[in-house]
Write a protein that binds this ligand. Structure first.
Ligand code: IPD
Ligand code: CA
Length: 305
């Protein structure tokens, strides 16, 4: 095991088609039409359990932010902490006691019946590198998904669709919640995406992912985009990036190599807020490339193939 020093001081992101009358936002997907029919789970109860689990991990994250942390693995572009594993265990315990039959797919491992009707998709600490270095920009991301029939846009490559999404930033105590059929909220207040359409006024966040390939693909894109937008941001926590787009703080978030647990909750919250969460699967297991926007910018932000 190696150690990672954090900084000392705890200081404290389909289809926006255009026509002659201007850009149109795709209809907000209020998630009713495509809802799977078999749904014995009470979504409000599920949201409550996810909030409780996220807040418990938030305590752990706050407590350890400024400390030196044990790294289980380190590579050129990534770190995996022992605290990531601990955080997932806390989440598993809380969710299992409320919903014993729901499986769990997490960044730190899976549990429950493979192919279960429902599963939690969990990123116990998103923004691990920030957190490891003592930067208070990281979050907990928890989604509840159900198997869904057909190939609707909202259905992921392996046939699941999100029903509930919770993203929690413990360092500023901001919690985003959404459940199918209800408007998404930040600390209880309804949120929606921005309505900016001109790239030169937009704040666009980019994620560089974790491999040499994604890095090499993203660098030229970054170089071009930097001249077209007001500012580019690289903030290091994909789930928070998506939540920020859902809240209208950012106008878009683009990344070439994310995994399902990074985006299941945030992407759902964004769609519920009227945004567009375009993604397509990559060769990596549960891997996707994504262009997440306020619903008006996808064409302008296409990544050259
Ligand atoms: C990562 C962060 C990062 C994004 C990576 C993710 P992790 O998640 O969200 O911002 O660029 O693609 O894997 O490792 O911090 O949970
Ligand atoms: Ca993550």
């Amino acid at each position: 095991m190696s150690k990672v020093n954090s900084g000392m001081g705890r200081a404290v992101a389909e289809g926006g088609k255009r026509d002659a009358t201007g850009p149109k936002r795709p209809k907000p997907d209020r998630r009713d039409a495509g809802a799977p029919r078999v749904d014995p789970i009470n979504l409000k109860r599920a949201e409550k359990a996810a909030v409780e689990a996220a807040r418990s991990v938030g305590l752990l994250m706050r407590r350890h932010l400024a400390e030196t942390k044990h790294a289980n693995e380190q590579s050129q572009y990534d770190i995996k902490l022992e605290l990531d594993v601990r955080a997932q265990k806390i989440i598993e315990r809380t969710l299992r006691s409320a919903f014993p039959n729901v499986a769990l797919l997490g960044e730190e491992g899976v549990s429950g019946k493979p192919g279960a009707e429902h599963r939690w998709v969990v990123d116990p600490i998103d923004g691990t590198v920030n957190f490891a270095y003592g930067i208070p920009h990281a979050c907990v991301s928890i989604a509840l998904q159900a198997k869904a029939p057909g190939e609707k846009e909202s259905v992921y490559a392996d046939g699941y669709q999100t029903l509930v999404g919770v993203v929690y930033d413990p360092f500023v105590d901001e919690i985003w919640t959404a459940s199918r059929g209800n408007p998404p909220r930040l600390n209880g207040r309804v949120i929606k995406v921005s309505n900016r359409t001109r790239l030169e006024e937009c704040l666009v966040s980019i994620g560089f992912a974790k491999t040499k390939e994604t890095l090499e693909k993203t660098l030229p894109y970054f170089n071009q985009l930097a001249h077209r937008v007001r500012k580019i941001r690289m903030m290091g926590a994909a789930a928070l990036g998506l939540a920020y787009v859902a809240t209208g703080r950012l106008d878009a978030y683009v990344e070439q190599g994310i995994r399902l647990w990074d985006v299941a909750a945030g992407g759902f919250i964004l769609e519920c807020a009227g945004g567009e969460f375009w993604r397509e699967p990559t060769d990596t297991e549960q891997g996707y490339r994504m262009i997440a926007t306020n619903g008006l910018l996808r064409e302008a932000l296409q990544v050259p193939v």
